[in-house]
Design a protein around this ligand. Structure first.
Ligand code: SIN
Length: 490
């Protein structure tokens, strides 16, 4: 074990099924690696379809009892879980930093962020209202009630090992669903720690079940849930190709899906923008988690009239970012998640350079720090021919594109199959109205780079997926509407 002692208490190297910690049935295991050093942190089960079926059995058996509980009883358990998450904030943050590479201060923020969804949905559990439909015929009453959809399978990414799974488990449990889940191969320990805290909070056996699986086995393991008719919903955050695969494969059993998929966020700086604020916006949105978020600006469009000044102001701040191990309190940017991620970043920057982009700062691997570091980078004179314009870089790279008028900027911003987040900076109120409606994305930041909130609906359009997480809308994905028609009342 190479992690901090406090985090050690929360480390579990087993699956959590039916309220018990169990090894994988096939006894295969895989290593969890610290991306800062390449060292092994722990070993977890490389689960297969039998483990997935056992988890679904437990979730299905627990469902009748869980959905029959009063909403305020479910809320009470979620509140206890919330309190335990916050009581363990430092230990969880250490775990996140160690397995994911996010700097400690950000990891503490992620714990609070993830916990905020638990508190939010504990409250929402008691507000699942239906409707009495106005009378259409004498002697007949029509009502619509909302019911839990059933067993939910949650499949989560590595970039927010705590927040992404918390914001799926919390609404599912609040709605009265039970859960089977699989965290990402790179970051399973934080999710298992959350399950342990759920156990301490008093979750009944089978209500929450988590298993771990390697990238190689994930498809066959999750496949058992896709074909299982008892699993009624899949909630997934991750890449668009995997989201499409899940949609195709779950079609045979017609599951409800929520898919939070890839993005390619544009960030537009108009000529009348407050440039200082627009620099702060990119710093907040782009460099969060080292550029490894689905809502990170991937393409920054800057009006020609302010381009040079903006580039200079931005470079000054980017060059000053401190890169280092996530567990070092001074670090602002940690390692990338793994070698594949760094290779992709390097490929994007090299391709852009070959096609005429200028490296204004950064533009290189930082091998002296460890295997997975890349320097915060700003590229000037980016254009649409470059790979980084069409693909999400998922790293600390800001490409600056020039534009000359609003219509051109909006058309370029929308010229992507993705539509998760977009951002723009302007001081013109009419333009705010026009551009916020014209941008094709589920989330729009207007003179603001920090969008995350448990009270807001998070999700995309186009190939960024469907469904919303957080907010009053976030429960809908875990509920189905039942229409009751009662006659003979006259
Ligand atoms: C993500 O990158 O998928 C999530 C980001 C957020 O919750 O703000």
């Amino acid at each position: 074990m190479t992690t901090h002692a406090d985090a050690g208490r929360l480390i579990r190297e087993a699956n959590f099924i039916d309220g018990a910690w169990v090894p994988g049935r096939g006894q295969r295991r895989f290593a969890v690696i610290d991306p800062a050093t390449g060292r092994r942190i722990a070993d977890v089960p490389d689960s297969g379809p039998d483990d997935a079926r056992a988890a679904a059995d437990a979730a299905a058996a627990a469902l009748p009892g869980w959905r029959a509980r009063l909403p305020r009883e479910r809320a009470e358990l979620l509140r206890r879980w919330h309190a335990l998450i916050l009581d363990n904030q430092d230990a969880l943050a250490t775990l996140i930093s160690t397995e994911q590479g996010k700097p400690l201060a950000e990891a503490r923020g992620e714990v609070a962020y993830g916990a905020s969804y638990v508190a939010w949905f504990a409250d929402e559990a008691t507000r699942i209202y239906g409707d009495i439909i106005p009378d259409q015929q004498r002697g007949k009453r029509m009502t619509a009630i909302k019911e839990p959809i059933g067993v939910v399978a949650a499949i989560t990414p590595w970039n927010f090992p705590l927040a992404m799974i918390a914001r799926k488990i919390a609404p599912a449990l609040a709605a009265g669903c039970t859960v089977v889940g699989k965290p990402a191969e790179d970051t399973p320990l934080t999710a298992l720690a959350l399950a342990q805290l759920g156990q301490e909070a008093g979750f009944p056996p089978g209500v929450l079940n988590l298993l771990t699986a390697s990238r190689e086995r994930a498809s066959e393991t999750v496949g058992a849930w896709l074909e299982d008719t008892r699993v009624r919903k899949i909630t997934f955050t991750g890449s668009t190709p995997v989201g499409k695969h899940l949609a195709r494969e779950s079609a045979a059993t017609l599951k409800k899906l929520s898919l939070e998929l890839g993005g390619n966020a544009p960030f537009i700086v108009f000529e009348d923008a407050d440039l200082k604020a627009a620099v702060a916006g990119v710093m907040a949105a782009k460099f969060r988690n080292g550029g490894q978020t689905c809502v990170c600006p991937n393409r920054v469009y800057v009006h020609s009239a302010v381009y040079d000044r903006y580039a200079e102001m931005l470079c000054e701040q980017v060059a000053a970012l401190r890169v280092g191990p996530a567990t070092d309190a001074a670090s602002q940017i940690g390692p990338m998640i793994n070698a594949r991620a760094v290779d992709k970043i390097a490929r994007h920057v090299d391709d852009a350079r070959e096609r005429g982009a200028r490296v204004l700062t950064g533009g290189k691997r930082l091998t002296e720090l460890g295997p997975n570091y890349y320097a915060p980078t700003v590229l000037g004179e980016a254009d649409a021919s470059m790979v980084l314009c069409g693909e999400e870089t998922f790293g600390p790279v800001v490409p600056l594109f020039r534009f000359d008028d609003e219509a051109q900027a909006v058309a370029a911003a929308n010229d992507t199959p993705f539509g998760l987040a977009s951002y723009f900076y302007t001081q013109d109120l009419r333009r705010i109205e026009r551009v916020s409606r014209a941008l094709e994305s589920g989330i729009v930041g207007i003179n603001e780079g920090a969008l995350a909130s448990e009270a807001a609906p998070f999700g995309g359009v186009k190939e960024s997926g469907y469904g919303r997480e957080g907010s009053k809308y976030g429960l809908d994905d875990y509920l189905s509407i039942k229409y009751l028609c009662q006659g003979g009342l006259a």
